[in-house]
Design a protein around this ligand. Structure first.
Ligand SMILES: [Zn+2]
Ligand SMILES: [Zn+2]
Length: 152
């Protein structure tokens, strides 16, 4: 337990600290005022830039295997890259001339999807690995185009 006089000293010291902090805060406020304008201008610029991006997110997206982005799979024979633009397109290896049926797509190792908007490699994944042997989603980190295997 603190002696009453000690406690009193502490609270007086605290009061002095609080007073000091108020003065510092006041100084910061007046110093900050000079920077308020340029900061606001920066925010304006950022917001204008983010508007088209937000619209892209809502417009650019597809659902369903038929609207699947172009895919690149590994050839089971030689490991070469086979590019399939559409899901009903041919799966012919340009390196070893192996040919696959489109039904064989799930058995081939997928390298990546290609974003149909900006051409970047997309990231992909599955939500239910036990139900589907094909990716269920793919997303482009550059332009935010997003593809889904089905509604969820
Ligand atoms: Zn091959
Ligand atoms: Zn993209």
């Amino acid at each position: 337990m603190l002696a009453p006089s000690h406690a009193c000293n502490v609270s007086r010291r605290l009061q002095r600290l609080v007073d000091g902090a108020t003065v510092v805060a006041g100084k910061l406020r007046s110093a900050g005022r000079a920077f308020v304008r340029p900061l606001l201008t920066d925010t304006d610029v950022d917001m204008t830039l983010s508007i088209p991006e937000a619209q892209t997110t809502t417009i650019d997206g597809d659902i369903g295997w038929a609207s699947r982005p172009p895919a690149t799979v590994h050839c089971a024979e030689c490991g070469g890259h086979i590019y399939q633009h559409r899901p009903d397109g041919t799966l012919d290896c340009p390196d070893c001339y192996a040919e696959y049926d489109i039904e064989e797509f799930p058995s081939l190792e997928l390298s990546h999807f290609t974003c149909p908007v900006c051409g970047d490699e997309m990231v992909h994944g599955r939500r239910h690995p036990e139900q589907f042997d094909v990716p269920e989603w793919a997303t482009c980190n550059r332009c935010r185009y997003h593809w889904e295997f089905e509604h969820f």
